[in-house]
Write a protein that binds this ligand. Structure first.
Ligand code: ZN
Length: 60
């Protein structure tokens, strides 16, 4: 089990379900935040949803 860097809840990496947001979150974790594998699926998903709103502005 790993401990999520954001919410501190434990999660199993192989648990990572693949919703479009989780996948986006994993990509962002690797490419943008450099903390891939350190966040639970829930946080990845939440962050992906927020990022989709913010990165928009950042990229323009
Ligand atoms: Zn979390």
């Amino acid at each position: 089990m790993k401990e999520c860097a954001i919410c501190k809840s434990e999660f199993a990496e192989e648990d990572a379900s693949s919703s479009p947001f989780t996948e986006a979150g994993e990509w962002l974790a690797g490419e943008v935040w450099d903390d891939a594998g350190m966040l639970c699926p829930q946080c990845l998903e939440n962050r992906a949803m927020l990022s989709m709103m913010y990165l928009h502005e950042k990229n323009t």
